[in-house]
Design a binder for this molecule. Structure first.
Ligand code: ASP
Ligand code: MG
Length: 420
């Protein structure tokens, strides 16, 4: 058994979607569970629908939703012949579900409505792709993952009820492979025990696929992307970025932690726990070797570069010149946990602390407000955080040339520089 995940980029245009049948046919005879994200930028578009609805701009919400709807109908028209009518019917039910909700008035919290609306993207994409693959001779079974993935009610960042879900996978999903080689389902979404839809956090489909891989005891997971594999830097920022052909779980966790947009950070644990290798491959050219991530010690990695723009640095100074000891520090960490902030860098001195976080207005304001009860607070914005793992001095020199360095932290493996 294998698990595949196709991201939004692999289903963003008709041309791209047409790569899928060939890839899947090249694994003919294998049992594969396929997890698919929403097409292209659908999730962003649905976020706008949720915002308009919550702002009581009902007409806007309906109109924005209509654009999403028409896009999917057009895609279905291009791809389907035999199955078009059946798909249109399936769509009608999904559309109505969202439209009914849009006619209500919001009475609950935003995150709840966000999940009820945004989850539609994955349901649309998998409905089309399942029908399309069936037409292309790849007989498959579509399932609604909300009948399988049980979560808590932490809308927009829901946590999977592992025992319940594992049981569902074993009892309801596993047996489908007696009759089908291919099962198609959604990433990113789940459901509470009240049948309310939930989402697992943006870009969460990689994680959904890993949960399936773990629970199905898959031999491997493959994430199909529009890039060659995992690179040592973002090729959009660094044209000379190079492919890394092998990585281990630890390195990928570290890369994700420092902000590399490679794989959703939660993806590794379910795979590592069962020793399941993760392949990252290019759906545009499946003959390229890609990257494999597994349990192995790997030497001689190139410098791995992560650049995070839009950083804010909070300078915290103890009010009465008392030392920044364990109790002040503990207070500060409690604040992080209350407002759900993950600092990207912290440096402490005798009477001051510096905390670097992503410059998200609302979070920065909340942190500054809470911290100002114990510290004098100053905020510096417009900074960039450079992280290099396995750094060489020459790389560091080159990347910081002409920049004013605000803060620097260095260990044997990793150097971080906050710069202007
Ligand atoms: N469609 C969701 C998103 O764009 C989930 C995913 O792509 O993994 O965030
Ligand atoms: Mg995506």
């Amino acid at each position: 058994m294998k698990v595949f995940k196709f991201g939004g980029a692999s289903a963003s245009t008709i041309d791209r979607i047409k790569h899928l049948p060939g890839i899947i046919k090249s694994f003919s005879g294998e049992k594969i569970l396929i997890v698919i994200s929403a097409m292209g930028k659908t999730t962003n578009a649905l976020e706008k629908v949720a915002e308009a609805f919550y702002d009581n701009r009902k007409e806007d919400a309906l109109q924005l939703f209509n654009v999403v709807k028409q896009n999917h109908l057009t895609t279905a028209k291009y791809l389907l012949v035999k199955n078009y009518n059946a798909t249109e019917k399936a769509f009608a039910d999904l559309f109505t579900e969202v439209e009914w909700l849009l006619h209500d008035k919001p009475v609950r919290e935003f995150d709840y409505y966000y999940d009820q609306i945004v989850c539609a993207g994955e349901l649309f994409s998998t409905t089309i792709l399942s029908a399309y693959l069936n037409e292309e001779g790849i007989t498959n079974k579509w399932i609604d993952v909300r009948d399988v993935f049980r979560t808590d009610e932490n809308f927009r960042d829901a946590n999977i009820d592992w025992a319940f879900t594992e049981n569902k996978v074993k009892e309801n999903v596993m047996p489908l492979f007696n009759d089908f080689d291919i099962v198609i389902t959604q990433g990113f979404i789940g459901s509470t025990d009240e049948n309310e839809s939930t989402t697992l956090g943006r870009e969460g489909s990689d994680y959904s696929a890993a949960v399936f891989a773990n629970m199905l005891n898959a031999e491997s997971q493959t994430i199909w992307k529009d890039v060659e594999g995992v690179m040592n830097a973002d090729p959009k920022q660094f044209p000379e970025a190079q492919l890394i052909s092998e990585l281990n779980y630890d390195e990928v966790i570290e890369m994700a932690y420092y902000g590399a947009q490679v794989i959703h950070p939660k993806t590794i644990k379910p795979l590592q726990n069962k020793g399941i290798p993760l392949h990252v491959k290019c759906f545009l050219d499946a003959s390229l070797p890609g990257t494999v991530i597994y349990k192995k010690s790997i030497r001689n990695l190139p410098p791995i570069i992560v650049l995070k723009q839009d950083q804010a640095l909070l300078h915290l100074h103890s009010k009465d010149f008392s030392f920044v000891g364990e109790s002040l520090t503990a207070n500060l960490y409690n604040i992080f946990s209350e407002i759900k902030i993950k600092p990207n860098l912290i440096q402490s001195g005798a009477v001051n602390l510096q905390v670097c976080i992503d410059d998200r207005q609302e979070k920065v304001e909340k942190l500054a407000a809470s911290a100002s009860e114990i510290f004098d607070v100053q905020i510096e914005k417009g900074l960039t955080l450079l992280t290099i793992r396995h750094y060489k001095q020459e790389t560091l020199t080159k990347l910081t040339e002409g920049k004013a360095i605000v803060l620097k932290q260095q260990s044997a493996e990793t150097v971080q520089v906050l710069m202007k």
